[in-house]
Design a protein around this ligand. Sequence first.
Ligand code: ADP
Ligand code: ASP
Ligand code: MG
Length: 932
Amino acid sequence: MALCFFSQAVVCRPLLSSSPAVKVVVFKAKAKTAAAAVAPPPHQLQVSRSSSGHRQKKQTRIGASGFISLYSSRRLSLAAANKEQILPRGETWSVHKFGGTCVGNWERIQNVAKIIVEDPSPHKVAVVSAMSKVTDMMYDLLNKAQSRDDSYVAALEMIRQKHHETAIALLDDDDDHHDLSNFLSVLESDIQNLQAMLRAIYIAGHATETFEDWVAGHGELWSAQMLASAVRKRGLPCVWMDAREVLVVHPTNKQQVDPDYQASGERLDKWYEKHPSDTIIVTGFIASTPENIPTTLKRDGSDFSAAIMGALFLAKKVTIWTDVDGVYSADPRKVSEAVVLKTLSYQEAWEMSYFGANVLHPRTTMPVMRYNIPITIRNVFNVGAPGTVIGRSSLPDLAEEAEPVPYNSTDSLVKGFATIDNIALVNVEGTGMVGVPGTASEIFEAVKGVGANVVMISQASSEHSVCFAVPEKEADTVYRSLMSKFRKELEAGRLSNVEVVKNCSILAAVGQRMASTPGVSATLFTALAKANINVRAIAQGCSEYNITVVVRQEDSIRALKAVHSRFYLSKTPLAVGLVGPGLIGKTLLDQLKDQVATLKNEFNIDLRVMGIMDSKTMCLDQLGLDLSKWRKLLAEKGEAADSAKFTAHVKDNHFIPNTVIIDCTASAKVADNYFQWLSKGIHIITPNKRANSGPFGEYVRLRALQRRSYTHYFYEATVGAGLPIISTLRGLLETGDRIQKIEGIFSGTLSYIFNNFDGSKSFSQIVTEAKAAGFTEPDPRDDLSGMDVARKVIILAREAGLHLELDEIPIQSLVPKPLRELTTAEEFLDKLPEYDQEMEAQQADADAAGQVLCYVGVVDVLANEGRVELQRYPKSHAFAQLSGSDNIIGFTTRRYLKQPLIVRGPGAGAEVTAAGVFSDLLRLASYLGAPS
Ligand code: ADP
Ligand code: ASP
Ligand code: MG
C-alpha cells in the first residue's frame, strides 16, 4: 500500500484579482511501502529554490541585534528586480495569536476573523492554535493506537466530524464554495493519512516522537486553513502558512526546542517570495527540524510560535488572544479575587509562566525580548478590556495609568502568584557533602542522566543537604539513579539519606519590585504561617524576582489564597462554621448578618458562614450561607448532622485560607473535637466552658497544640460574657504583673438573685421570678449549684497559671441537699420555700452587720486554690453596689494591690455573650492579617 502522508495541497488563493491563485504542493508522498510510510519523510518543500536574494529594508529598533543582518544586503540585486516579493519586515507588522478556546467553534472562528480584519495594521500575522481540545484528542488517538485500543478509529472519526461540521457552518454560504470544498478534500485526505499512520502505530504498538508530532500538529493545520477562509470571506485577502515550511527548530533533550532564527528567517524570505500577502494566517505549535522532519514546540507552544514570528517579522507588537482579560495576579480559576495586571516585565511574565501560570508559555518572552517587542494578553470574548502589556519594564512608565493604590505598602511588591502541582521534593543529606566540591554537580548529573527536569533547587549554606523539586512522575527514576550513583557514599555513611517527598506543590511569588525590598519574604511566610501552612522548602533566586516555596499539595490552593489576599487584596477572608445555633448561636448569626457588609467594606474582613450545625441537622454552602435565611435553610434544606462532614466542608472549601469553628453549645461532646480541629489548622472560638474546665491534662494538651500549630483558640465569652476578663488577665500577665487574687460575681443569675434579696421578698420568690424573667437556666438548680461559677473559676485559675482540677474546688451549693435529687425544675421550685427561713436568717444577720450577701468565685493564686462560696461584703464594697444581673470581677495584683482592678458590667444574656464571641472573631481576623 502506498501511503501519501504528505500529499496535502495547500491552496493559497489571494483574492486580489491581480494575484493569481498559487497552488503549491508542500509535502509530497515519498513512501512506497508501509514500513517506509511509518517514517515520515523529510519535507519535500516544493517552493522553488530561488537563490534570488533581496535586500531587507533594514528596520532597526533599540536593542535590536543579531539576526537582523541575516536579512540584509547580500540579496540586494534581485530585490530591486522583484520588489513585490520582498518581505517588508518591521513595525508595519502586527502579530496575533489565537488560543484554542478563541477558535473553539465556527462562531468563534468568525469572531477571530473579524478581529483580524478590523486590525488597522498594514501587515498582519495571525498564529492560530488547534480548536480547543483538539490537540488533547490527537494525543488521545496516539495513546489509544499505541496501547492497541482500536477505539482510536472512532475517536478519529469524531475529530473528522468536528472539523467537517465547523467548516460547513463557517463556509457553506460562500458564493462559489471553493474554499469549503478545498478544505473538505484536504480534511478527508489528512484523515486518511492519519488513519494509515495510526494503523501502523497500532500494529507496532509504538510511536516515535516524530510520528507523534506529525499526528498532533493536524489540529493547527485545520484551524489555520479554516480561519484563512473565514478572513477571506470577510473580504480581506490572505494566505495561510504551514509553519513547518518556515520555522526551523533544533530539538533538545529537555522536552524543548530551540528556534533556529537564521534558518527560519531565510525560509521565511523564500516562503514570502512565493506567497506575498499582507495578511498571513500561520499554524501555531508546529515546526520542522533542520532536516525537515516535522516537530512541535511542545504543549501549549503556539504562544512561543507567535513570539518567534514576532521576532522573524520584527513586528511592532504581538497580541496573544485568550479567554481571560489578561494576566491575573493569580490563576483566576483558583483565586476568584485575582485582579488583572496592567503591565508585567518580560522577566516577571517568564517567572509567572515558568511557575505555572499557563496563560503564557514560559518561552514566549525570549524571542521578542531582543527587539523589545511588547506582548499584550487580551480576551477574545471581551475585546473592550485593555489586557496586560508585557514589556521591558513592569514599572509605571509602561502603564497608561498608574496601578491602583494598594492599602498597604507591601501590596504591589508582588506582582503575581502561581502554583505547580504534582511535584516531588528530593532531599540528599549527609555530612560528607560539607566542603566537598562537586557533590552538587554529581547529584545533578545523576538527575540529568535520567532526563528529569529540576524545577527548583535549595541548598542550606551548611551544605549538609541539597534539596530539589522534580515533577512527581520523575521522582522514582531520580531516586533510583541517586541511590545507584551514591551507593558507596551511602554505605560509607558520607551520605546519610536520599529522601523523596511526594505530593508537593510549588508556590511562587513573582515581582520585580521585590528585589532589594526588605520584608517581602517575612510577609509571605507570615501569611503562610497564619493559614497554618507548613513550608517544606524555600528558594529565592538572587535576582530576587521570585520567591519559591514548596508546600503539601493539599495546602496548595489555600496557600495561594492566603498569600494572594495578604499581598494583593485588602480583604481577609475567613470561613466560619457555627455549631449550636441555640440562644447564643442564633443571636451571633443575627449580629453577623447585620455586620457582614460593613466588615467587608469598611474593615476588609470577608466572613463567610460555610456551615451551621445543631445536634440533629446541618446546612452547608460552598460560598457562604445567606444569613437572612439560615433558619429556613436549616429547617427545609438541612441534612443529618455529621461532624466529620461538617468539619471537612468548612475547612476544605479550597476557597478561603483560614477557617474558624465557633462552638456555641455547652456540650462536652462538641468540645471533644477541639483537639482534632486545632490539629487540622482550624481556629476555634467558643463561649463553651467545657474544654477549659475539663481534665487538666487535656487542657494542657490543647493549649500546647494551639501554640504549636499556629492556630488560635479564643474563649473570652466563657467568663463574664462580653466583658474583657480573660483579655484583661492576659494583658496583666503579659506585661509582667503578678496576680494575687481574682474574686468576683461571675454568675449573672446569682447576681440578680442577691441584688434583689434585701428582705422584702423571700429567696424562693426571687428565684421563681428570675426563672420567669429568663435569667436562669431552664432548671435554676444549674445556677444555684455553683457548678457554672466553679467552671469559670477553673478557667481563670488555669489562665493565671494554677494547676487545678474542677473537683479540687470547694463549692458551696445553694440547692438544699434534699432537693438535689428531684427530677423537675417545677418540683424544685415547689419545695424551695421550705428552706427560705435559713437563707433569710443569713440575710438578716449580714444586714444587721452592715453587710450584703454575694455569691462569689475566688481564685487565690498565693494559696494556690479556688473556691465558690456565699460571702458577706460591707455595704461600701464594690461588690455591694451591683444591680440587675451585672458581673463584677476584681483583680488584686502586685500593681493593683490596694485597689483591685475592677471589671464590671452585664455579664450574662444572649446579646452580650454573642457580642463577646463576635469580638473574638474580629480579633482572630486581625491576627490573621486584617488591617487594624
Ligand atoms: P489558550 O488556549 O488561549 O492558550 P490557555 O488555557 O493556555 O489558553 O491559558 C489561558 C488560561 O490560563 C486561562 O483560562 C486561565 O484559566 C489560566 N491561567 C492560569 N494562571 C493565570 C494567570 N495568572 N492569569 C491569567 N490566566 C491564568
Ligand atoms: N494546540 C497545542 C496544544 O494544545 C498548542 C497550543 O494550543 O498552544 O498544546
Ligand atoms: Mg496556551
